[in-house]
Design a protein around this ligand. Sequence first.
Ligand code: COA
Length: 173
Amino acid sequence: MAGSRYNGGVSFRTRDFRRPDFETLWRIDQACFDPQLAYSRLELAFYMRRPGAFTLVAESEGGELAGDGDSPRRILGFIVAEARRKTGHIITIDVVAEARRGGVGTGLLLAAERRLQQAGAVVVELETPVNNATAIRFYKQMGYFVEKTVTGYYSNQMDALVMRKELEIVARG
Ligand SMILES: CC(C)(COP(=O)(O)OP(=O)(O)OC[C@H]1O[C@@H](n2cnc3c(N)ncnc32)[C@H](O)[C@@H]1OP(=O)(O)O)[C@@H](O)C(=O)NCCC(=O)NCCS
């Protein structure tokens, strides 16, 4: 059926990052990207602490992807974003492989867009490697358009697509 989910068993909620989450987020990032693109701990911490930056975490609410032991919660993904005046920027979005196609990425990106809107952003921009077909399809599905290609953007000289989405203007408060 069109629009059906491959991964229907994902029940999650989004919340703000807490310090003890950091090592888990870094490990998720290491698993999501090849070594040339994954952040070092210092790089991840640097982006998360930049002025205007915030990090949201998606955690499971039990079900198949529950945490170990007594905890029903397990971190399934996270997003780092940054408000730069009227332009929001997605720094990274990472979902653990087992939870993909279950709506976690959508939930994180929508929550970050809402936060950016509240900070006064009217547009959101991001970069993605030209060969990351999954991310490109995901962002297009979320309403992003390709703005331009930046040659040699990444440290491994891979080109990046800059993608952009206009947000509806909302009342601040
Ligand atoms: C890109 C990513 C964040 C998407 O997260 P996700 O939780 O799987 O996304 P969702 O389940 O919310 O998917 C929403 C829609 O995006 C599209 N999509 C997502 N993954 C897709 C895939 N592998 N193939 C085709 N379309 C895909 C689909 O339209 C999907 O809707 P559907 O499942 O109802 O068809 C995840 O694949 C990921 O973490 N990848 C590794 C890290 C990465 O590349 N991050 C982007 C950095 S630029």
